[in-house]
Design a protein around this ligand. Structure first.
Ligand SMILES: Nc1ncnc2c1ncn2[C@@H]1O[C@H](COP(=O)(O)OP(=O)(O)OP(=O)(O)O)[C@@H](O)[C@H]1O
Ligand SMILES: [Mg+2]
Length: 398
């Protein structure tokens, strides 16, 4: 079951907002509704689900509805229509007490401008959410200290925010969001105010934190690079509508429409796509099958070399047609004529790291996992084709 399931979620701002619902259902644009009904569409019939433990990024230009959407998820604002199911229970229908429990146990939030109180200490700031939720003093102190430790601020508890750098202030915000150990962490432009280098560090740390804590994170940004770097999936919004949801690769390689295309057109795919995205299944043979079978296999599949791997799939080398013929003539085994100087990368290697390797080798690059097992091969054509924005090869994810 997804941790969150959102159905037909709509927020319209203005007097008697429900009037706008039928207009949306008739397909009126945000602009037309603003003009004719004096209503502002914040979120328009959003449908999506978020998986447990995933980093779900909501991206879009200013005014596209990102903040509205994320505030609906913890009901900082109430929707005009729709459902938000948290592990199957509709948050929209919760009464005040249920909502309090939900916020206390299940969801946390980090804001863009850090939202820190200047007169409180770091510890006091980290405790704030718990205090509002009525957690008793001893307990909230203990939880806040733990959260500060988690974000690398152990030892800074008694400082005030203005004694901290921007990056550290953001960590205090993060600690506050994590203090109640929530299942879902909402982050609205949490890193947008940071300097680019510090921002990259924070993104990296968030990924590390996430892999340790396994939180579900809903992360809002208007920055495509950031979305691509940290998102497991990305939802792209325009005028309150979610125009596409997909993995970073899907958004880049198969943009759903012109709007998404324009959004992603400047992305350098070679810095986003990895060997795993473009690799294909190699023709393979086990060494004990001998050169005669190797030659036959090459003939049958129309290739001039085979990858040789043992029964655990561990890559041993490559045998070419010429070498196989020679082995046959001289009664040698595959192992005798095996070529071992093959370029090798891990599945996560970026395409721009592959160029040099490919230029220096007549053979495709072999993709092996951490146990040296052959996962696939990357041929030049597939890389060029992917960089030109073409669909990825069939069976690329063996
Ligand atoms: N309280 C409100 N009252 C009226 N209109 C609102 C309110 N909050 C947001 N809106 C409108 O809803 C739309 C979506 O705004 P929202 O703040 O969600 O956008 P955003 O994508 O978060 O933008 P930004 O990147 O600038 O933060 C905008 O047209 C905005 O003017
Ligand atoms: Mg916003």
């Amino acid at each position: 079951m997804p941790i969150l399931e959102v159905k037909q979620l709509t927020k319209i701002f203005g007097q008697d907002a429900r009037r706008g619902l039928s207009m949306l259902q008739q397909g009126w644009s945000k602009e037309k509704i603003a003009r004719e009904a004096k209503l502002t569409v914040g979120v328009n019939q959003a449908e999506f689900h978020i998986k447990e433990g995933e980093i779900f990024v909501i991206m879009g230009l200013s005014g596209s509805g990102k903040s509205t959407l994320v505030r609906l998820l913890n009901r900082l604002i109430d929707p005009t229509a729709g459902q938000i199911l948290f592990r199957g229970q509709d948050i929209v229908k919760m009464n005040a007490e249920e909502l309090r429990q939900f916020r206390r146990k299940n969801i946390g939030m980090v804001f863009q401008k850090f939202g820190l109180f200047p007169h409180r200490t770091v510890l006091g700031n980290a405790e704030y959410g718990l205090e509002v939720q009525g957690v008793d003093k001893k307990k909230r102190r203990e939880l806040a200290l733990k959260a500060l430790e988690l974000v690398g601020l152990g030892g800074w508890e008694q400082h005030r925010p203005d004694q901290l750098s921007g990056g550290m202030q953001q960590r205090v915000g993060l600690a506050r969001g994590l203090a109640n150990d929530p299942d879902i962490l909402l982050m609205d432009e949490a890193f947008s105010a940071l300097d680019p280098l510090i921002r990259k560090d924070m993104q990296q740390e968030l990924l590390e934190l996430q892999s340790r804590l396994k939180k579900t994170i809903v992360f809002i940004t208007h920055d495509l690079d950031e979305a691509l770097r940290i998102g497991d999936r990305i939802a792209l919004m325009k005028d309150g509508v979610i125009v596409q949801i997909g993995t970073p690769e899907e958004i880049l390689i198969q943009p759903a429409n012109k709007y998404v295309e324009r959004f992603v057109e400047d992305v350098d795919l070679s810095k986003v796509l990895t060997a795993a995205h473009v690799m294909k299944q190699p023709e393979m043979i086990r060494p004990e099958r001998g050169p005669r079978v190797a030659l036959q296999l090459m003939r049958d599949s129309g290739v001039s070399s085979l990858y040789v791997a043992d029964k655990e799939m561990k890559l041993l080398g490559v045998i070419t047609a010429d070498d196989a013929s020679l082995a046959l003539k001289e009664q040698k085994s595959i192992s005798d004529v095996l070529r071992k100087e093959i370029p090798i990368v891990g599945p996560d290697a970026l395409l721009n790291e592959l160029f040099d390797l490919m230029a220096g080798s007549p053979l495709p690059v072999a993709v092996v996992d951490e146990r040296e097992r052959l996962k696939g091969i990357v041929i030049k054509g597939a890389v060029l084709s992917a960089l030109a924005g073409n669909a990825l090869p069939e069976g690329g994810d063996i």
